[in-house]
Design a protein around this ligand. Structure first.
Ligand code: UD1
Length: 432
């Protein structure tokens, strides 16, 4: 099994360049199958999730080629609309974006039920409600979601929950429906806006993305485009939080500071100094952080995908903090691991009550999912002694070069492939 092994104690200092946003990339990749013309996408992250989706698109006969590490060219003229299913795609959440894309283009889609992080129930009823309103018949059977329609027509859709996935999926299908679709209570996350901009650059007519009412005038055809994906809000936020955890001085570059405002605001409350430039944010946290309260909310609120990282930071604060998770019902699974490192945290339902401790201590821990895994690595970076993190494939689903970037900031961390006791021992001797 691959592992990270960390010797804690170094404050992280320096600049780190943020890659393209994973969650925008996944939606944009699926949408690129909606035209027969060539699409070139820049700032494409090179991570497990995006690579799984690219391979799956290949399986469907779609031409995909990374002309360089972060530029991908796609041509779906020879796409075969067959059931979307392979071992990799079952594990990623965004597999279901192919439903909206293929339903829009071909009027039918059959995709294996999505996986992704086990952080709650994650139903797809809002997606299906949207497709049905557009005139599709949707079923879940034998582990697949199937959607088909003779004709797709515009509709007025009110989402019960402002779901990111449902907004994206409905937006894609509606782009090629006849007439006008209005999505009310739409998600406002930056990647929803990025997808709308991408589709508009292909000839779609979408207005209002980034507000809670999105209006889409259907078009018959989409054309090729060149497009650059926005920077990853959560990767940037994770490094900003690394500064708070390790009492460091980190500048995240190639970011959109506006997307990071809720994170910057919390870091300020915690006593860190934040300096914003046009496309960079510097976070300096020399002292022990101050306790505060956090509630996760849809954008522009504090992102649920940053909840474990801020909990790790607050675990070392000077008082009692309360973190409330309001998006997913099972997102505190990592707390047991953090407690094994000396944290003092009590979880009651959707709330974590955190009594700050002075230090964490190294332990052998397991990443339970993507963001919690990254958060536990941050804990290891400040802990006394050595920390070993198992299940790092979760982390590598959504962070490009994570441990290399941490190293460039001064972290002592190695990635052990097929780790055995000897390689772990070697690391311990080297950094004892
Ligand atoms: C996306 C992100 C994920 C992020 C989340 C919230 C991707 C690939 N993933 O996930 O990283 O944590 O947004 O910002 O972009 N819900 C329903 N019915 C539905 C759909 C959702 O009840 O049909 C509920 C979910 O269970 C959850 C809430 O709505 O409680 C929000 O989920 P949603 O915004 O859809 O998250 P995802 O798109 O799955």
């Amino acid at each position: 099994m691959d592992q990270y092994i960390i010797r804690g104690g170094n404050p992280l200092v320096g600049e780190v360049e943020i890659t393209g946003a994973k969650n925008a990339a996944l939606a944009i990749l699926a949408a690129s199958a909606m035209t027969d013309e060539t699409v070139t996408i820049e700032n494409m992250p090179d991570e497990a999730d995006t690579n799984v989706l690219l391979r799956t698109m290949n399986d469907l006969g779609i031409f995909t080629h990374r002309t360089s590490r972060h530029i991908v060219r796609i041509n779906a003229a020879k796409a075969r609309n067959m059931p979307v299913d392979n071992e990799g795609i079952k594990k990623i959440r965004a597999s279901y974006y192919l439903i909206g894309a293929l339903l829009g283009k071909y009027r039918r889609a059959k995709v294996v039920l999505p996986g992704g992080c086990a952080i709650g129930l994650r139903p797809v009823d809002q997606h299906m409600k949207g497709f049905a309103a557009l005139g599709a018949t949707c079923r879940i059977e034998h582990g697949y979601i199937t959607a088909e329609a003779k004709e797709l027509h515009g509709a007025h859709i009110y989402l019960d929950i402002s779901s990111v996935g449902a907004t994206i999926n409905i937006m894609m299908a509606a782009t090629m429906a006849t007439g006008q679709t209005i999505i009310e209570n739409a998600a406002k996350e930056p990647h929803v806006v990025d997808l709308a901009n991408f589709l508009n650059s292909m000839g779609a007519r979408i207005k209002g993305a980034g507000t809670d009412v999105i209006r889409i005038r259907g078009v018959e055809k989409l054309h090729g485009t060149d497009y650059a994906i926005i920077p990853d809000q959560i990767e940037a936020g994770t490094f900003m939080m690394a500064s708070a955890v390790t009492r460091g001085d980190i500048t995240v570059t190639n970011v959109i500071p506006k997307h990071l405002e809720s994170i910057s605001a919390k870091l300020k409350e915690m006593g860190c100094q934040i300096t914003e430039q046009d496309d960079a944010v510097r976070v300096v946290c020399r002292d022990r952080v101050r306790s505060t309260h956090v509630k996760t909310l849809p954008y522009p609120g504090f992102p649920t995908d940053m909840q474990p990282q801020i909990t790790v930071a607050l675990g070392l604060s000077n008082g009692v903090s309360i973190v409330t998770e309001s998006i997913f019902e099972n997102r505190f699974k990592y707390v047991d691991e953090l407690v094994s490192m000396g944290a003092s945290i009590k979880v009651e339902g959707s709330t974590a009550i955190i009594s700050g401790v002075e230090k964490y201590t190294g332990a052998h821990i397991t990443a339970p999912d993507l963001r919690a895994g990254a958060a536990l690595v941050l804990a290891g970076l400040v802990a006394d002694g050595f920390t070993t993190v198992d299940n790092i494939h979760f982390i590598e689903r959504g962070y490009e070069d994570f441990y290399m970037k941490l190293r460039s900031l001064g972290a002592i961390i190695e990635r052990l492939e097929n780790a055995d006791e000897r390689s772990e021992q070697k690391f311990r001797l080297k950094y004892a």
